[in-house]
Design a protein around this ligand. Structure first.
Ligand SMILES: C[S@@+](CC[C@H](N)C(=O)[O-])C[C@H]1O[C@@H](n2cnc3c(N)ncnc32)[C@H](O)[C@@H]1O
Length: 203
């Protein structure tokens, strides 16, 4: 952490807002803005949050689903507990972790959200490919857990494989959108892919 980076972070509007409003990360505002625009999460929903730590999205998801809903969060890293959120530590690329999540959601889920990021190497093509790999795991998991009509949200680092991934989402959902929320840094290459209305071909 350089001095300059710390100073920039202090100046960051969403960072200070998150501190003030007791959210664990500025990312909370990305989910709030995306949900406001696309109406992804409703009261009473079951939400699975992939790549949840430190928990900014899980906090917002727990607020949106309310006391009748349920949030299940998973991450490679630890996460300090959040009321109303069940946490599983693990790697979504592992079969055993997917199986455990499916056991935790015997009635399926209404929404799958993924803010998973690979460790940034600095090689853009490589980071893009790792991001797409995580997106594909998130989509595969979503297709195995979502109920008919369910919603999907996934962070992607934009690049030459983005079109192929968005086409996969379009195929499984009634609507597909790509969105860059205001709370994402202007310079960020991250983009959010949104699937509305899961078409469950298993039924
Ligand atoms: C940008 S952070 C998520 C921030 C979070 N949405 C929030 O609002 O606080 C990305 C997270 O993805 C997690 N992650 C990356 N690869 C993963 C994987 N294969 N399985 C589970 N979590 C993963 C990382 O450990 C990291 O905590």
């Amino acid at each position: 952490m350089t001095k300059r980076w710390r100073a920039e972070r202090r100046r960051d509007h969403y960072y200070t807002k998150a501190k003030r409003e007791h959210y664990r990360s500025r990312a909370s505002y990305k989910l709030k803005q995306i949900d406001y625009r696309f109406d992804l999460v409703r009261p009473g929903n079951i939400v699975v949050d992939l790549g949840a730590s430190p928990g900014g999205w899980s906090q917002v998801a727990a607020e949106l689903v309310g006391p009748e809903g349920k949030v299940i969060a998973v991450d490679l890293d630890r996460m300090v507990p959040i009321e109303g959120v069940t946490f599983l530590r693990g790697d979504i690329r592992e079969e055993a972790v997917v199986r455990r999540l499916l056991e935790m959601t015997p009635d399926g889920a209404d929404v799958v959200i993924s803010d998973m990021s690979p460790n940034i190497s600095g090689n853009y093509a490589y980071d893009h490919a790792r991001s797409i790999e995580l997106c594909e795991h998130a989509l595969r998991f979503a297709a195995s857990v979502l109920r008919e009509g369910g919603n999907f949200l996934c962070k992607m680092f934009y690049g030459d494989m983005s079109g192929r991934f968005s086409a996969q989402v379009r195929e499984k959902f009634d609507e597909m959108h790509m969105h860059h929320p205001k709370a994402s840094r202007e310079t960020s290459s991250e983009l959010y892919v949104i699937g509305i209305g899961f078409r469950d071909r298993r039924t």
